[in-house]
Design a protein around this ligand. Structure first.
Ligand code: ZN
Length: 187
């Protein structure tokens, strides 16, 4: 059982109104230098992310933190060595994409906050991101392919945007067809 609950738009039966409100609220920039609240938020994010082995990334609003912080694995998710995977956590505070390159690539994405479904989303395969590391130092890095996709996905969360907001094909499990048909119709 994990210590941190990840907020979700819906559960097995219905829409989670309260979680939805939090997930839909755009987050605030962290002040520089970091205040104690931001420092604590960074530690919490790292802990919450590392205790999961089913996620390539996590954004602060997913655990109820209203700050612009994302965590992600940048060395590849399909890594078979759990020890190495456990250390693979990169954190960016106040991330900003400063460059997008390459022909957008369509791939289906899942999200811990949108359980049971996958949505096809077109993203740039190469991005340059500026932000701050956990110590508040400025960083500017280039990310490719899978990492670039994960970062773009997590940054969407910071603006209250989720995979259900994209127009691509949606993959829905048969047993919940009615629920999602209604959800996407009313959206
Ligand atoms: Zn997500």
């Amino acid at each position: 059982m994990s210590q941190y609950k990840v907020l979700t738009l819906w559960n097995e039966e219905r829409i989670n109104e309260e979680d939805t409100r939090t997930l839909r609220t755009p987050t605030r920039e962290a002040p520089v230098p970091f205040d104690p609240e931001t420092q604590q938020a960074i530690l919490t994010m790292k802990e919450a992310f590392l205790e999961r082995d089913d996620a390539a990334g996590l954004a602060a609003p997913q655990i109820g933190i209203g700050r612009r912080i994302i965590a992600f694995r940048s060395r590849g998710f399909d890594e078979n060595d759990p020890a190495r995977r456990a250390e693979d956590c990169e954190i960016l505070v106040n991330p900003r994409i400063t460059q997008r390159r390459g022909e957008p690539v369509v791939m289906d994405e899942g999200c811990l906050s949108c359980p049971d479904i996958r949505v096809e989303i077109s993203r740039h395969p190469e991005i340059k991101v500026r932000g701050l590391d956990t110590e508040g130092r400025k960083v500017s890095k280039r990310y490719l392919d899978f990492a670039a996709r994960v970062i773009q996905h997590e940054m969407d969360h910071l603006d209250g945007k989720l995979i259900v907001d994209y127009e691509g094909s949606v993959f829905i499990p048969k047993k919940r067809e009615d629920f999602f048909a209604k959800f996407f119709q009313e959206k």
